[in-house]
Design a binder for this molecule. Structure first.
Ligand code: 6PG
Length: 265
């Protein structure tokens, strides 16, 4: 039996094998386990936030809802390695929101508040929920963005870090196939009708692709085999009208995908 590695060692070798990562625009970080992937993303977020605070005195972070990022958000709060995140200097923005009360489990902000806002020392005036139930939510949010970012030197008046997810129909934020938020040239955020491709079918408010693409760092976090097919369409050069996340093209920032092995092709 000498020379034959025990079975658990064989599995470990398998786990360490190179992941066949898809050839997506920007950089691709691929990790075998969810924990490793959250760690990589959280470490990049930490470095990036520290650089922004050093350069500008503050850090503008936009977070998504959906299911995928919540274990990451929890990790940011309980893992001592990420305790240095500069919450006191952070402005917390929403990537998108559903037109429901914050107490509703479908509310992105409601859940982010429970996990992050309520357990950090972020000043309340730096927390920016989207009031998606109001008829002019997009216009209100745009005013708030312009006002808060207007203090920055010209050219730096943009979001610093935008964490995105991807739906099974290729949507990102609440930018669904065929959405006007894909082509909007001026608006930073807008109201959109209920999606027809995924649940829940409630109206939403979303950052536009223009606003997301202007950001300093764009981080789509995509996990699970159910997302593979859409990633291969992005890799094949799908049109953003059909696969909205294919419209991610930073103007002067970085696009870095975070994928687990199951999502890789
Ligand atoms: C939302 C999101 C949305 C989400 C994707 C992925 O409010 O629905 O912001 O863009 O990120 O739908 O959702 P999952 O992480 O649940 O797959």
């Amino acid at each position: 039996m000498q020379g034959v590695p025990p079975e658990d060692e064989i599995q470990v070798e398998g786990l360490e094998a190179e992941i066949d990562r898809p050839n997506l625009p920007g950089r691709v970080v691929a990790r075998h386990s969810a924990e490793e992937l959250y760690d990589s993303l959280a470490s990049d977020l930490l470095v990036h936030s520290a650089n922004c605070v050093r350069e500008f005195g503050d850090f503008h972070l936009a977070l998504s809802g959906g299911r995928t990022p919540f274990p990451l958000y929890e990790r940011l709060m309980y893992d001592p390695r990420f305790r240095a995140l500069p919450w006191r200097r952070t402005h917390l923005w929403m990537v998108d929101e559903r037109a429901v009360a914050f107490e509703d489990p479908l509310s992105n902000f409601g859940r982010i508040k429970e996990v992050i806002v309520d357990h950090s020392d972020i000043p309340p005036e730096q927390v920016h929920p989207m009031l998606a139930s109001l008829p002019d939510a997009g216009a209100r949010y745009e005013r708030e963005l312009r006002e808060a970012l207007g203090w920055r030197p010209k050219g730096h008046d943009r979001l610093d870090f935008v964490l995105l997810g991807m739906g099974p129909d290729g949507h990102t934020a609440s930018i669904f196939p065929g959405s006007p938020a894909l082509h909007e040239k001026d608006r930073l955020s807008m109201d959109v009708p209920p999606p027809t491709t995924v649940a829940p079918a409630v109206p939403r408010c979303t950052l536009t692709l223009r606003m997301i693409n202007a950001s300093r760092f764009i981080a789509p976090l995509v996990m699970g085999a159910g997302k593979r097919a859409m990633l291969s369409r992005v890799e094949a050069g799908a049109s953003p009208d059909e696969v909205p996340i294919a419209g991610l093209k930073p103007v002067a920032g970085e696009l870095r995908w975070y994928l687990d092995a199951a999502a890789c092709l």
